[in-house]
Structures are given as C-alpha cells and as structure tokens.
Design a protein around this ligand. Structure first.
Ligand code: ZN
Length: 99
C-alpha cells in the first residue's frame, strides 16, 4: 500500500481537483490555516480554519483501494475539494518533506 504522501504529489492533486479548486487550495495552504490533528503513514486528519470562516475537518486515507477522502465542506461523494488540495500541498512543502 502506498503512503499518503505518495498519493498526494502535486501532479496527483491537479488530476483529482478542478482547476479552480486547485487554485483555492493553494490560497488555503499559503494562509497557514492547516492544523494536523492526526498523521501517520496512511492517514491524515486535519483541521482547517480559513481566516474568518468556519472550521473545516478534512480526512485523507491511503487504502488498499487507493486514496479515499472526506471533507466537512461537502456531502458530495468523490468531490476532491479545495481543502483536500490544501492538505496535499501542505504535505509537499519542504518543511513537511524533511520530517
Ligand atoms: Zn472541503
């Protein structure tokens, strides 16, 4: 099974998200709004508090069937929202990589 980081390279994020959601995700990642609640090789549970907005809970999991995700911003299944993008980009930042 692949690690969650392996599944969230920038190219993967671009494929999963729409272009506009990718752009929103970049903004969120830049604004330091991401707080990791739980993180291990295969799972990520994150709180996102965009400035002046309600808190969002985002989960990303690497499973035997590939990447699975869930976000409190939408009930739509399989919709890779801007928050999922932001978490992925956050993982790709050099400081996170060197962990
Ligand atoms: Zn979301």
């Amino acid at each position: 099974m692949k690690s969650i980081r392996e599944l969230l390279a920038e190219d993967d994020l671009k494929k999963l998200a729409s272009r506009s959601n990718f752009r929103y995700g970049q903004e969120i990642a830049k604004n330091d709004a991401i707080k990791i609640k739980k993180s291990n090789t295969f799972n990520l549970i994150v709180e996102i508090k965009p400035f002046g907005q309600r808190q969002i809970d985002t989960e990303l999991h690497s499973t035997t069937k590939g990447l699975r995700w869930k976000c409190s911003c939408t009930a739509k299944k399989n919709f890779f929202c801007e928050h999922c993008v932001a978490v992925g980009l956050y993982l790709n930042t050099p400081a996170q990589r060197s962990e």
